[in-house]
Ligand binder design. Structure first.
Ligand code: NAD
Ligand code: MG
Length: 396
């Protein structure tokens, strides 16, 4: 077969972020398989221009429309044929266009929902790192993808592990043979501390994750355990498993990325070094295995694997996420939006660490869950929760 026919055309949305960098690293190792056709960023113009020089995409998008002239001039000055675009509508349109068949959805936060939905409706292979879009609109997104024949491959180490373990059984059988999902958590930088010890922690301490190098928002989410809460909701939507059959296990070494227990008593785990390039290689190459630039696991050098129960008293965000998932409807959207605003305020030094769960709890109790059958209802809940949380921050 003609090699060009097999070339996957990849759009990397959130290209200047941590996941974007890992995706581009794996892609660059396989010029025979992948071509970067679209690169998009929020507002990091210089970093986007640097990536365009390296990867020479057909299109570059900057979400912040004010930066359009600078993007256009920068591409021209670099002598690149890359076409400039700006704004979220351009992003959605390119994600759904013939320019790509694969979309790495690596924008952080609810800002990623629109382009992810556009890619789903257009039937793309979606490498979904943007977990917030599943939390905000999980049913809508998975339904849209199913209808359009879009394939969603999770780019979250735990969900990639579960995805791989689940491929060991015949999924066409009723119930699919799964008894439980065991979602592992590193416990973050403050594992073992009590709630009172968390009052004074700083943003710099919160983003210093012991095992993973990630963007600031998800790093804070890992420190509060909200990340694990979002991931429980993510797993529920991706794998159609009810909440009661998902259990969180703290595993500080971050080598077992998650486990699936089957009804025959088998438990399968996926293991590896904590490096998102493995996860991205799974998504990019699936069902083939491709080089990711990541070494294997030396279990003798690692020595031991520990597991413990999560402490929801010190880290109430995990319990809040369960609560939102149980309430259903708009509750996960409210949880996510309040959390995004609270984390942003914490990173700016405007509120303390313990204000994050307090602000999320406040939003959930003030805005009771409503049925969420349309995107409009979800986006309106998202907006109300943001406004409520911003008001609470201003009043504090
Ligand atoms: P990051 O902060 O490093 O990067 C975020 C990217 O999104 C940047 O390229 C930024 O320009 C872009 N962006 C931000 N706002 C935008 C907007 N309004 N429009 C368009 N682009 C915008 O974040 P990250 O750590 O790479 O995480 C990205 C996503 O992947 C998050 O949803 C996160 O939860 C998820 N994730 C990350 C990791 C990890 O290891 N970093 C692991 C699992 C899941
Ligand atoms: Mg994860």
């Amino acid at each position: 077969m003609d090699a060009a026919m097999n070339l996957r055309r990849v759009a990397v949305l959130g290209a200047t972020g941590s996941i974007g960098a890992s995706a581009l690293d794996v892609i660059a190792r396989h010029p025979d398989r992948f071509q970067v056709t679209v690169l998009a960023a929020g507002r990091q113009l210089q970093a986007l221009l640097d990536l365009c020089r390296t990867h020479q995409p057909t299109h570059a998008v900057i979400a912040d429309e004010q930066l359009y002239p600078a993007l256009r001039d920068g591409l021209r000055a670099a002598g690149l044929a890359t076409q400039p675009h700006a704004g979220s509508a351009a992003l959605d349109q390119l994600a759904a266009s013939d320019a790509c068949d694969t979309v790495v959805a690596a924008i952080v936060g609810a800002a990623g929902l629109s382009s992810t939905l556009a890619a789903a409706a257009a039937g793309k292979r979606i490498l979904l790192a943007n977990k917030e879009s599943l939390v905000l609109a999980g049913e809508l997104l998975t339904r849209t993808a199913e209808r359009a024949g879009a394939e969603i491959i999770p780019i979250d180490s735990e969900h990639s592990a579960i995805f791989q373990c689940l491929r060991s059984r015949d999924a066409s059988l009723d119930g699919a043979g799964v008894r439980r999902i065991l979602l592992t958590a590193s416990g973050g930088p403050f594992r073992g501390r009590r709630r009172a010890d968390l009052e004074q922690v700083t943003p710099a301490q919160a983003v210093a994750h012991p095992k993973w190098s990630m963007g600031p928002k998800i790093s804070v989410d890992s420190a509060t355990l909200m990340n694990k809460g979002l991931e429980v909701i993510e797993a529920h939507h991706l794998f159609h498993v009810p909440a009661q059959r998902i259990q969180v296990l703290v595993h500080p070494q971050s080598l077992v990325h998650s486990l699936v227990e089957f009804i025959d008593g088998s438990t399968l785990a996926q293991m590896g070094l904590p490096d998102m390039r493995t996860t991205l290689a799974v998504g990019l190459g699936w069902p083939q295995r491709i080089e990711a630039g990541v070494g294997g696991l030396d279990l003798l050098a690692q020595g031991r694997l520990d597991f413990e129960a999560p402490d929801t008293d010190a880290f109430p965000c995990l319990a809040l996420a369960w609560q939102a998932m149980d309430a259903g409807g708009t509750a996960p959207a409210v949880l996510n939006a309040a959390n995004e605003e609270a984390v942003s305020a914490f990173l700016q030094g405007r509120v303390g660490f313990l204000a994050i769960p307090a602000l999320v709890a406040n939003a959930l109790s003030t805005l009771p869950a409503e049925p969420a059958d349309t995107l409009e209802v979800l986006l309106s809940a998202d907006q109300r929760a943001r406004q409520l949380t911003l008001n609470a921050i201003a009043a504090a």
